[in-house]
Structure formats: C-alpha cells, structure tokens
Ligand binder design. Structure first.
Ligand SMILES: [Zn+2]
Ligand SMILES: [Zn+2]
Length: 392
C-alpha cells in the first residue's frame, strides 16, 4: 500500500468547466491548470470535485470522456491525463424544519450515479444549471437519496457558524439523522477553523474519521488543507475504505490550517468589528450585548461539547500548516521561486530543511516557514469571515 495526498473539497466553477466544452485551445487550459496545479505545484493526487450536480458540468465531463482526456476507473472515480484522480461529487445545502441550513459533501462511484443524482435533485433545487448548492431537502432526505445511489455522505465544515451542522443547526448529528443513517456516515469535514483535538469534544464523533479539505474556489487555495491516505490504489472504493478505516486502508494524517487562522475561529462583533480574545465561550459582544455577533467555532464548541478537548492517540495526527501565502513578506514571486526549487508547496511547508530554504529566500522568511511548521508562529485569531494573521 502507498500514501496519497487527497483533497476532497475543490470547486470547479461552472464557467470554467463550461468553457472546456468550447473546443478552443485556451479553453482546455482551465481544467488542465487545475490538474497541473494540484499534481505538480501542490503535490496532490486525488481531488473531490463538488459541483457535479450541475448538468453543465456533467456535459463537460462527458465531452472530456469522449475526447479521451478523462477515463472512468473500474473501482470508481475518473483519471485525468494519467495524472490526477477525480472523485465526482457535489456540495449540497439542506434545510431543517426549524429553519437552519447546512452543507454536506456527497460522492458517487461513477457518472451514471451522478447523472441520476442530478436528475432527482432537479426536483428539489432551483437553478441547478447555475451550480447552486441550495436544496429544499432535509439532511436526512438528502442522505436517503445519496445512499440509494451507492454514494457516500460527509457533513461539510461541520462547525462553521453559517452552514455547518454543529455550527448552525444542531447540538448533535443524532438530532438530524436517524441511527442507521448516522452509522453509515463515514466522516465529517473539520473545516478551516477546527482541528482534531477540538472535534474530540463531541463523543458522538468517536466512530467517524475526520477529514480536512481546502474548500478551494481558486487554484491558489487548493491543498491548503488535505489528507494523507494509505490505499492500495487510486479509486473511489479505496478512498471510501480509507474513510471507513477498513482493510488496512486509513487516513494517516490530516494537514490543515492552524485553526486560529480560520475565518470563524472566535466570536466576532459586526458593530465593533472586533474578534474576541477573551476566554471562550464568548456568546455576545463584550462591549454591548445588543450588537450582532457571529459565534466562533471555539466558542460554539465550548457550548455543545460533552467532554474536554484533548489529544486522542487513536486519531491520526493533525499537522498545522501555515500556507505560504499567509507568511508575511511572501508574495507570488517568492512562492514561484520556492516551488521552482522544491517542486511543490508541500515539500516547502513540510520537508525541505532550513539550510535548503535559506539558499532560496531570506533568513527571515526561512525562520517564519520553519516556525509555521513547528506551530510556533504568533497568530492573531480569525473570526467573522476574516482570516487570522501571522504576527511578526
Ligand atoms: Zn460549504
Ligand atoms: Zn460590539
């Protein structure tokens, strides 16, 4: 078995894919760029594309299949240009009876299930073509549809205050899903503002694996969070086994943003424009309780947890990474220079030794990269939709 880099939450805009259907040369570049960026600059081997419910994307996939650029893999999933394995999926928003809504990631083995899924969802969504995620289904109803098509269902960025099940909808997933469905859910997505130790505070997650994905809407952001999975080969069913921790397949490690850098780590007051640094939980504005706030993930978890945050040795390690773009003084030119020297961003963030980095960039930037790797950077919390910042 072998270790692979996996990012299961990558958005491909309809317009990007839409252009591919027009057979001009530059149009082809868009999808190629995604594959190139993932494989060569980021060092990722599997991406989950989460916009496949759209008939436009389905048409694009069919054209790429016809052109021989995409191929279906017998174990599920597709391979693009012999380089990159793509899992076909969608991010869907569901709504509960008490009015809250949350996002889930769903993936299917092949194009036939995706097409059937799209056909069914057309009755439950408006603007399917324009790649909307919003459905009129409940989480349980969506689960039932996905399950009937041999798909897998993963609650997305579960702790975020706007569209995460715990952040926005419920104190327990058991309040949303019936017991047999909940058992079939293999994993939850941690989201950018939480890590494994924080999620450990909810005992109902003991039977779920944790995944960390980029939720990338741009090339640059791909791979800012990812997973290393141990698998026999690259296909849908191997990824599912790894998510379920079956037959030796497993998640070996999570790599994610230091949660303090996440956009929703601490409570934010819109009026005072202040991200709190008081001890959690901060549930209202410390200056004026009437001000509108958005709760931080740390604060929300403090309210709903049923035990302490602590390292769990049975869990794969969660490595903090501070992406190059967060490091003060590092712009696009420096990133290109570093990638030129070390092959891809993962090598720079996690593997290159200080002496080697020092040969390419300044002493100061080298030290910041190494401190980021060791979790020693001073960070100002993110909150209210603003990323945290590295202090220097
Ligand atoms: Zn989402
Ligand atoms: Zn305030």
């Amino acid at each position: 078995m072998q270790e692979y880099f996996v990012d299961l939450h990558v958005h491909i805009g309809r317009s990007l894919m839409g252009k591919i259907t027009k057979r001009g040369t530059s149009n082809k570049l868009t999808f190629s760029n995604i594959a190139y960026e993932a494989h060569h600059r980021k060092g990722i081997q599997v991406i989950g594309v989460v916009d496949c419910v759209s008939p436009w994307i389905i048409r694009d996939i069919e054209e790429l299949l016809d052109a021989g650029e995409l191929d279906e893999i017998p174990g599920g999933g597709m391979v693009y240009s012999d380089d990159l394995v793509i899992l076909l999926g969608s991010e869907i928003e569901t709504r509960e009876s008490h009015g809250c809504s949350a996002h889930s990631l769903v993936f299917f083995p092949g194009l036939s299930q995706v097409k059937e899924f799209s056909r069914i969802m057309d009755g439950h969504m408006t603007n399917l073509e324009y790649n909307s995620t919003i459905s009129r289904l409940s989480g349980q109803e969506l689960f039932d549809i996905v399950d009937s098509l041999d798909g897998i269902f993963i609650p997305g960025h579960v702790f975020t205050p706007y569209k995460g099940f715990y952040g926005n909808c419920a104190d327990r997933l058991a309040d949303i899903f019936n017991p047999s469905s909940l058992e079939k859910i293999p994993s939850i997505e941690l989201g950018l503002s939480a890590d494994t130790d924080m999620a450990h505070q909810l005992s109902e997650l003991d039977s779920k694996t944790f995944i960390s994905n980029s939720d990338a809407h741009s090339l640059r952001r791909m791979g800012r969070e990812y997973n290393i999975m141990l698998m026999e080969e690259l296909n849908f069913s191997e990824v599912v086994k790894a998510l379920r921790n079956q037959q030796g397949r497993k998640i070996v490690a999570n790599y994610g943003l230091n949660p303090k850098l996440g956009k929703y780590h601490r409570t934010f007051c819109f009026k005072c424009e202040n991200i709190t640094n008081l001890p959690p939980p901060v549930l209202e504005c410390p200056n004026e309780p009437k001000h509108r706030v958005v709760l931080g993930v740390l604060d929300r978890l403090e309210m709903i947890r049923d035990r302490e945050a602590k390292p769990n040795s049975k869990r794969p390690p969660y490595y903090y990474q501070v992406p190059l773009e967060f490091i003060p003084g590092v712009g696009p030119k420096t990133i290109d220079k570093l990638i030129g020297a070390f092959g891809n961003e993962m090598n720079i963030l996690h593997r290159a030794c200080p002496q080697e980095i020092r040969e390419v960039v300044s002493e100061e930037i080298t030290n910041l990269i190494i401190k980021g790797r060791e979790g020693k950077l001073a960070i100002a919390y993110g909150g209210g939709g603003k990323y945290g910042k590295v202090k220097h």
